[in-house]
Write a protein that binds this ligand. Structure first.
Ligand code: GDP
Ligand code: MG
Length: 371
């Protein structure tokens, strides 16, 4: 059943919460400001206070935020978005760091690059850009998938040549397959004397990953993140795979994107790293992500530079949220603040209700366990 807190009801009517509590008291019910009342009671109070009530469904509130149906205007090519996965200590972080410093899109090599959780590099031969999500780890990938966010076009599966296929390698394979995301295998640590790349290929075959030399379609590249061996080749293979995927977008529309990570920064307030996926995000845009809203105060590129806008496949740090959203939350630009408030207060309410429902569910099962 629908419900609302007294505080929220008062906010929406622009009335004082004490007046709402007073009205409820007249009806013989004692309430605190944080109490939840049902929708019928809320409607009665609102009407008595002279407001017209319009109950809205989720479909009304969320309507038009994401244009998931119409992709007919997605005609411009966009850069691929790549996530690195693999077993612990196989070299994910090392590889991401090596790639970042090998071919940073702009700025001097060796220059200080600010960590924003995602970055772009240029493929050395074609000059085409590739976006890397710099938060290796299956948890991030799973969290995003759980929220229905699809950010990754290609998974780089890192397998250490001296260790071979391990439990988290298999986990990553399963994630990529479930998400129907193509994989490129980076056989890492080939500099090591005990590297056995051939054994890696055989082990992959046992998990139904068939690399080209084993008669399959999956591309593999032998690399050393330590010695920076074959990184250009890996980037080129990513570009080729991306060409096959024929990724398209439309930059000429309000931005849609996904929150990669977010935090509350002491000096700068809520900061979210956002991957723009369609449209162009601009300073001044009114945005919603999950139950948070804001107005874009500043955009900071992966180079740590302030920018006015960010187009499709571009990762950018967003300042101006009222609170930090969650990784995997989808970002949308809305027409005005009233619309942003409508969406976020509705979502906040849903979130509280879900939390309450799962808490009471837990109590229920506890009671069952005790009886
Ligand atoms: P992650 O847990 O997958 O992120 O792995 P890391 O990048 O932290 O690497 C784990 C260890 O392997 C570190 O000690 C790295 O220095 C080392 N390492 C990573 N890549 C290579 C490589 O190409 N060659 C060698 N010899 N060591 C590597
Ligand atoms: Mg790591």
């Amino acid at each position: 059943p629908e419900a609302i807190t007294i505080q929220e009801l008062a906010n929406r009517m622009a009335e004082r919460a004490v007046d709402v509590i007073r009205m409820l008291m007249k009806q013989g019910a004692m309430h605190k400001i944080t109490d939840v009342i049902d929708a019928d009671t809320a409607q009665l109070i609102a009407e008595e206070l002279g407001h017209t009530v319009k109950r809205v469904a989720a479909s009304d509130v969320e309507e038009g935020l994401f244009d998931v149906v119409d992709d007919s205007t997605d005609t411009e090519p966009r850069s691929p978005v790549v996530t690195v996965m693999g077993h612990v200590d196989h070299g994910k972080t090392s590889l991401l760091d090596a790639l970042r410093h090998a071919n940073v899109v702009s700025g001097e090599a060796g220059g200080i690059t600010q960590h924003i959780g995602a970055y772009q590099v240029a493929s050395p031969e074609s000059g085409k850009k590739i976006t890397f999500i710099d938060t290796p780890g299956h948890a991030a990938f799973t969290a995003m998938r759980a929220r229905g966010a699809k950010v990754t076009d290609i998974v780089i599966l890192v397998v250490a040549a001296d260790d071979g296929v391990m439990p988290q390698t298999i986990e990553a394979i399963n994630h990529a397959k479930a998400a129907k995301v193509p994989m490129i295998i980076a056989i890492n640590k080939i500099d090591k004397p005990d590297a056995k790349p051939e054994r890696v290929r055989t082990e992959l075959l046992q998990h139904e990953v068939q690399v080209e030399s084993m008669g399959g379609q999956v591309v593999d590249v032998e690399v050393s993140a330590k010695n920076k061996t074959n990184l250009d080749k890996l980037l080129e293979m990513i570009s080729l795979q991306a060409d096959l995927l024929d990724l398209k977008t439309n930059a000429m529309r309000p931005a849609e994107g996904t929150v990669i990570e977010a935090k509350l920064d002491r000096g700068r307030g809520p900061v979210a790293t956002v991957l723009v996926q369609r449209g162009t995000l601009r300073v001044g845009d009114i945005i919603v992500a999950g139950a948070e809203m804001g107005r874009v105060r500043a955009l900071i590129s992966d180079q740590g530079e302030t920018v006015d806008e960010a187009g499709p496949s571009v990762p950018v740090e967003v300042l101006g949220f009222n609170g930090p959203p969650e990784a995997g939350d989808r970002l949308a630009v809305v027409e005005n603040e009233a619309r942003a408030r409508q969406v976020t207060s509705y979502r906040a309410h849903q979130k509280r209700e879900n939390a309450a429902a799962s808490a009471s569910g837990m109590r229920g099962s506890l009671e069952q366990m005790m009886s």
